[in-house]
Unconditional design. Structure first.
Length: 118
């Protein structure tokens, strides 16, 4: 089982980035996908989530209207499109795959750094 994030980097405030999370080793379309982030000295927080077939999404208040979380089940990939970035978005971003039925499974990627400069 692997989740591999990519697309992080350094961007100026107001810019955009698209993170990708490529999955392998499990039935991707059966899992909800989440993006979390953790800034230095802060707890990990849930940024966005999408249901297994993409019919339902949720966002943290801090990113609503700026971030979207599409997924492509044919490519076994989830994305985090981040627009209008600000320095408070600086963090390590992690993707997470989770299902609760028929048994609990929870997989994490290694994280990708996003740094937003002023």
């Amino acid at each position: 089982v692997q989740l591999v994030e990519s697309g992080g980097g350094l961007v100026q405030a107001g810019g955009s980035l698209r993170l990708s999370c490529a999955a392998s080793g499990f039935t991707f379309s059966s899992y909800g996908m989440m993006w979390y982030r953790q800034a230095p000295g802060k707890e990990r927080e849930l940024v966005a989530s999408i249901s297994s077939i993409g019919g339902s999404t949720n966002y943290a208040d801090s990113v609503k209207g700026r971030f979207t979380i599409p997924r492509d089940n044919a490519k076994n990939t989830a994305y985090l499109q981040m627009n209008s970035l600000n320095p408070e978005d600086t963090a390590v971003y992690y993707c997470n795959a989770r299902r609760g039925w028929p048994s609990l499974r929870d997989y994490w990627g290694q994280g990708t750094q996003v740094t937003v400069s002023t």
